[in-house]
Ligand binder design. Structure first.
Ligand SMILES: [Zn+2]
Length: 486
């Protein structure tokens, strides 16, 4: 088969290293994850992209239920009067809220906000549901869409409407709420590491990066190949702020009336954006097997009217499906090389090739997407009767290998810096995660931002007593990762 048939698909993706942004957009569109829509700021999630979302949902939902949570669903619209009750919260979201002002022809007496997040409407309901300490804790998660008015559009990273989950819990004691906040941070960290194969730093957000109305915000932060950080999930300890604003009160065991302590936590489809950028290469997506809508694609090879490989592929695929694998047979009337390029672009972890000679020998050829073309262990010949076990072993290996590569990148692009000039230079040049003893002052953070465009991503405990802030020289209170961010 001629190269002319292979090239067209791949050629349209710019090299990843040269222009990550152009590469990213091209891959999201060409791999058919999303399409732009006639609605400004909104993308269509196509079936292959929705498959990624479903796998995220499936894994996270199991983790939520294992930690005692249940799913529920709340209204999309929030009356303005309710939104105004928590001052910091409304101020934080005001620039991004979209309003419904009319119902049919009739102007509404009270505007309705399209939820940018659901603390408000959920808080109001919790106030109705909670009477006694026996009603606590409430542990609820919602899978939903939310809307925030955005100027720019980038698939998964910046869209007006996006998909996410938001957990909302209410507790009798401050300590319980804090434990819940940290437990869910850990769930997110584990998901990123073990499912999406994306290593992250978990820590506490600085005051200026805190969720509006929260007492403390925690986040997980991933590092993209261009040296910018991407916040991949957040978990908020809301203290009694929302309970006081929305009147979530209960009679405690000591007969005293008290306000509850609440939390909220969320991961959105941004996580998919992180996964795409971290693992992809010049041929397109490389999807970690646990997230892949398809584990493997069969490409049967037909030679001069010998099409036995087609039937044999369908038979092998059917038995893999029975064993729980997500597989497909690509028996379209196209050159194999064209199909290889397309499934490479779409990041399917394993390609299974079978031609007439393989049918005779009772073999298939397994080709790993995560390895470069021509790599000695890119291909393996496997007896058909061992296919399921060899495929499983290979998927496990690919999952681990993608994580190891990403981890090596994060580690080699994390810099513990103690020199002021070096700190500013590394922030400015987008070197990666720049880790310093930090004073925790907003003025210091604002100065760094103005000079370098970098901000604190999150903070972790200080390891040396008496350390000074590398950015400004004041006494340090924590260590902070600084980076430019998405
Ligand atoms: Zn400082």
């Amino acid at each position: 088969m001629s190269d002319a048939l292979v090239q067209p698909v791949v050629k349209e993706i710019p090299p990843k290293a040269a222009d990550l942004s152009a590469w990213y957009t091209a891959v999201c569109l060409k791999a058919e994850l999303v399409s732009y829509s006639p609605v400004r700021g909104c993308v269509v999630l196509r079936p292959y992209g929705y498959g990624l979302w479903e796998n995220l949902q499936k894994h996270l939902d199991v983790a939520f239920k294992a930690t005692g949570h249940e799913n529920a669903y709340f209204p999309l619209l929030i009356p303005e009067g309710l939104l105004l009750k928590e001052a910091e919260h409304v101020e934080g979201f005001a620039p991004e809220v979209a309003w419904v002002t009319h119902g049919g022809q009739e102007e509404l007496t009270e505007r309705l906000a399209i939820r940018p997040t659901s603390e408000v409407i959920i808080g109001v309901m919790y106030a109705q549901w909670v009477e006694s300490y026996r009603d606590l804790p409430i542990l609820i998660n919602q899978w939903a869409n939310v809307l925030r008015w955005e100027k720019a559009t980038r698939p998964f990273l910046r869209t007006m409407e996006f998909l996410w989950q938001e957990g909302h819990t209410a507790h009798a004691h401050a300590q319980e709420a804090r434990e819940e906040t940290l437990r869910m941070l850990e769930v997110y960290e584990e998901f990123a590491r073990d499912v999406a194969a994306v290593p992250v730093y978990a820590g506490i957000k600085s005051a200026s990066e805190r969720f509006p109305g929260a007492v403390e915000t925690y986040s997980i932060e991933a590092l993209m190949p261009d040296g910018k950080a991407l916040q991949s999930a957040t978990s908020h300890d809301l203290g009694q702020n929302f309970a006081k604003a929305y009147d979530i009160k209960f009679v405690d065991a000591d007969q005293q009336i008290k306000h509850a302590y609440t939390t909220s936590w969320g991961m959105s489809w941004r996580m998919l954006g992180a996964m795409i950028m971290v693992h992809g290469d010049d041929r397109g997506l490389r999807i970690p097997p646990k997230m892949a809508p398809l584990h493997a694609v069969f490409v049967p090879i037909v030679r001069s009217n010998d099409d036995r490989a087609v039937a044999a592929s369908h038979e092998a695929a059917a038995s893999l499906r029975k064993a729980g694998y997500r597989v497909k047979v690509d028996d379209r009337d196209q050159q194999p090389g064209w199909k290889y390029a397309e499934w490479d672009l779409r990041g399917v972890p394993v390609r299974i090739e079978m031609g007439p000679r393989d049918v005779d020998a009772g073999n298939v050829v397994l080709v790993r997407r995560d390895r470069a073309k021509g790599d000695p262990d890119q291909k393996a010949i496997v007896p058909l009767d061992q296919l399921a076990q060899r495929l499983q072993a290979l998927l496990d290996e690919i999952q681990a290998s993608l994580y190891a590569q990403a981890k090596a990148f994060l580690e080699s692009h994390t810099f513990a810096v103690s020199d002021r000039d070096e700190f500013y230079a590394k922030c400015k040049s987008r070197a990666g995660m720049v880790d310093i003893p930090w004073c925790g002052r907003e003025a210091c953070e604002a100065h760094v931002k103005a000079e370098t465009s970098a901000t604190t991503r999150n903070t972790h405990p200080l390891d040396v007593v008496g350390a000074r802030c590398v950015a400004c020289g004041e006494p340090a209170t924590v260590r902070a990762y600084f980076a430019q961010s998405y």
